[in-house]
Design a protein around this ligand. Structure first.
Ligand code: BES
Ligand code: MN
Ligand code: MN
Length: 470
């Protein structure tokens, strides 16, 4: 059976693969926190060295305006397809720390899972690719494709320097297909491939009233309250009946999923009780009229409040009219919504909803664009075969509600189609306390990746190129 030697090598070396990943998870590469800048750099060096050890022939840091990325390659034969792997080596902050059952940067195995920050998002999934390279080289002596690897250090803080990195390194990054493992499958026994990711747009709102906090007994009733004004503004952004977003023009560029896609989504197993459990024990799901829960999460745009502050929230009571109140808003976007355009429209809607007696300021923040990948692309079909080989059944096709802006950048700037093949599980708690990566998914992931290189190897480069030009 082809690949038996490979599967055997992976099984025999799995305990070491786990130990190595535990080492990689020790470095607190939190890109959002300037205090960890040196850790992010040290982490990049660690990944560079690991790429060389796995068998990449060159590996180096690429400097950016922010944290460094890692680039590695192993070019085998110009007539073989060239695959570019994208991942990220930075991680999310860890607070609240006291919710963690084991320290976030001292990863621990419990019940077949590895718990630690970055275990699934995304260090573990990058490590999967490194170990697939190692396994193929040790069992066969050479790779079946040309491989390039770019591991970013700023994904968790918005990939703000990545577009210029792509433009600058365009030549070196040239490839036939992009492969990204930074998402999850539908459920442990139900493999899936992701065919679309939402984009992101952000707005921050500040409402100002009096210069200073005022006594609410002396002034209340005659002075506008910034918290009340902010609450009204925020509440006006959704339609309470339909669940839709009221921002004028918000849906102008939204393309509905195709009938074929809606049909595929409808066939996916969806268990409301299980979903509510994954969502932290909520009593009911909510959302936009006319769309199923998977569609609301993957194919419809949203507007969310991420934080709100102002006034007094300490112990006891403090009878004031606060001087100000603020909120952070982000929208998840679907094709072809544009982050800057949406941020402008939200800012305009916020300003238009300002009640009298307060001053309202709102500013947009850089975001990322949504992306969909062609579901019938030969590389996506190759990935489906690789998954079927390892999971014993073919993957379902899904989309995800999260965002990985670089996937869209590679598509727009370099016309690179993406295989989005993540090995996380829905309950991995990425970005939350007690993030984990299933060791079974880790082991399967190494084999899926290695089999994917085999599958892609047998595709003619021309078929990948012509699929790209369609
Ligand atoms: N890996 C996630 C995105 C993800 C996770 C997509 C699971 C689909 C399923 C990524 O690291 C992430 O957290 N992205 C951010 C992007 C933002 C900072 C621009 C997000 O989605 O919030
Ligand atoms: Mn990620
Ligand atoms: Mn993330």
């Amino acid at each position: 059976m082809p690949g038996a030697d490979l599967d055997e090598y992976c099984a025999a070396n799995q305990p070491r693969f786990v130990d190595e990943l535990i080492e990689a998870l020790r470095i607190p590469s939190i890109s959002a926190d300037p205090a960890h800048a040196a850790d992010v750099r040290r982490n990049a060096e660690f990944f560079r060295d690991a790429a060389l050890a796995a068998g990449f022939t060159t590996a180096e840091l690429i400097e950016t305006g922010g944290h460094p990325a890692v680039y590695a390659e192993r070019m085998v034969d110009p007539s073989l397809p060239t695959v570019l792997i994208y991942g990220h080596h930075d991680v999310q902050p860890v607070d609240p720390l006291d919710e963690w059952l084991s320290p976030p940067f001292e990863a621990q195995v419990r019940d077949g899972n590895l718990y630690g920050r970055g275990a699934a998002d995304d260090k573990g999934q990058v490590w999967m690719h490194l170990k697939a390279v190692e396994a193929l080289l040790r069992t066969r002596g050479e790779l079946p494709v040309n491989l390039k690897l770019i591991v970013e250090g700023e994904e968790e803080s918005g990939s703000v320097n990545f577009e210029s990195l792509i433009r600058q390194e365009r030549g070196r990054l040239q490839a036939d297909v992009l492969v990204v493992s930074d998402t999850a499958i539908v459920a442990a026994g139900t493999p899936s491939l992701c065919t679309g990711l939402r984009g992101l747009a952000g707005v921050e709102v500040h409402v100002r009233g009096p210069d200073v906090d005022l006594h609410s007994g002396l002034f209340g009733g005659a002075v506008a309250n910034p918290i009340d004004a902010l609450a009204r503004i925020l509440a006006s952004l959704h339609d309470p009946v339909t669940g839709g977003i009221t921002v004028p023009g918000f849906y102008n560029d939204v393309h509905d999923p195709t009938e074929e896609e809606r049909e595929l989504f409808g066939r996916l197993p969806y268990d409301d009780a299980a979903f509510r459990r994954e969502a932290g024990g909520i009593p009911a799901t909510v959302g936009e009229e006319g769309w199923s829960v998977p569609e609301r999460r993957w194919a419809r745009p949203t507007l969310e409040f991420n934080g709100i502050w102002g006034g007094y929230s300490g112990p006891g009571s403090k009878t004031i009219i606060p001087a100000s109140a603020s909120a952070k808003i982000t929208c998840r976007l679907v094709p072809d919504q544009d982050p800057d355009d949406i941020a402008r429209k939200v800012v305009a809607a916020v300003l238009a909803a300002a009640p009298p007696g307060v001053t309202v300021e709102a500013e947009g923040h850089p975001g990322g664009r949504p992306v969909v990948t062609p579901i019938d692309h030969p590389a996506v079909r190759a990935a489906a075969r690789a998954m079927e080989h390892v999971f014993g059944k073919p993957p379902l096709l899904t989309r995800e509600g999260g965002s990985i802006p670089p996937v869209e950048m590679f598509s727009r700037i370099m016309n690179l189609p993406a295989v989005i093949m993540g090995m996380g599980l829905p309950d991995d708690a990425i970005h939350s306390p007690n993030e984990k990566f299933s060791l079974d998914m880790y082991a399967k992931g190494v084999r899926v990746v290695a089999h994917l290189w085999d599958e892609l190897s047998s595709l003619k480069t021309e078929s990948l190129v012509s699929a790209r030009e369609q």
